[in-house]
Design a protein. Structure first.
Length: 66
Protein backbone atom coordinates (compact mmCIF):
# COMPACT_ATOMS: atom_id res chain seq x y z
CA UNK A 1 0.00 0.00 0.00
CA UNK A 2 2.79 2.47 0.90
CA UNK A 3 4.62 1.67 -2.35
CA UNK A 4 1.43 2.37 -4.28
CA UNK A 5 1.04 5.80 -2.64
CA UNK A 6 4.70 6.67 -3.31
CA UNK A 7 4.39 5.62 -6.95
CA UNK A 8 1.23 7.69 -7.37
CA UNK A 9 3.00 10.71 -5.86
CA UNK A 10 5.98 10.32 -8.21
CA UNK A 11 3.70 10.04 -11.25
CA UNK A 12 1.71 13.09 -10.11
CA UNK A 13 4.92 15.11 -9.59
CA UNK A 14 6.25 14.18 -13.04
CA UNK A 15 2.99 15.12 -14.78
CA UNK A 16 2.89 18.42 -12.88
CA UNK A 17 6.42 19.29 -14.03
CA UNK A 18 5.57 18.52 -17.65
CA UNK A 19 2.45 20.70 -17.51
CA UNK A 20 4.32 23.62 -15.93
CA UNK A 21 7.04 23.51 -18.61
CA UNK A 22 4.56 23.35 -21.49
CA UNK A 23 2.37 26.16 -20.11
CA UNK A 24 5.27 28.48 -19.33
CA UNK A 25 6.70 28.57 -22.86
CA UNK A 26 6.58 31.86 -24.79
CA UNK A 27 6.53 32.53 -28.51
CA UNK A 28 8.88 35.34 -29.55
CA UNK A 29 8.43 36.89 -33.00
CA UNK A 30 11.99 37.67 -34.05
CA UNK A 31 12.36 41.34 -34.90
CA UNK A 32 8.80 42.18 -33.74
CA UNK A 33 7.12 44.29 -36.45
CA UNK A 34 10.18 44.23 -38.74
CA UNK A 35 10.14 40.44 -38.80
CA UNK A 36 13.05 38.36 -40.07
CA UNK A 37 14.23 40.71 -42.80
CA UNK A 38 17.35 42.73 -43.48
CA UNK A 39 17.34 45.75 -41.15
CA UNK A 40 19.07 49.05 -41.95
CA UNK A 41 20.93 48.91 -38.63
CA UNK A 42 23.40 46.01 -38.27
CA UNK A 43 22.85 45.68 -34.50
CA UNK A 44 19.04 45.57 -34.76
CA UNK A 45 18.57 41.94 -33.74
CA UNK A 46 21.11 42.23 -30.94
CA UNK A 47 19.23 45.25 -29.57
CA UNK A 48 15.92 43.42 -30.04
CA UNK A 49 17.12 40.46 -27.99
CA UNK A 50 18.48 42.53 -25.08
CA UNK A 51 15.07 43.16 -23.52
CA UNK A 52 13.85 39.57 -24.00
CA UNK A 53 14.15 36.74 -21.52
CA UNK A 54 14.49 33.37 -23.25
CA UNK A 55 13.95 30.01 -21.57
CA UNK A 56 14.10 26.38 -22.58
CA UNK A 57 10.90 25.53 -24.43
CA UNK A 58 10.36 29.01 -25.88
CA UNK A 59 9.56 29.30 -29.58
CA UNK A 60 11.35 31.70 -31.92
CA UNK A 61 8.99 32.54 -34.76
CA UNK A 62 10.86 33.80 -37.82
CA UNK A 63 8.06 35.83 -39.40
CA UNK A 64 9.70 35.98 -42.82
CA UNK A 65 8.51 38.80 -45.05
CA UNK A 66 8.95 38.23 -48.76
Amino acid sequence: MAKNINLNFVIFAMISCIIVVSVSSTTHIVGDSLGWSMPNYIGYFEDWSKNKTFAVGDILDLAIKI
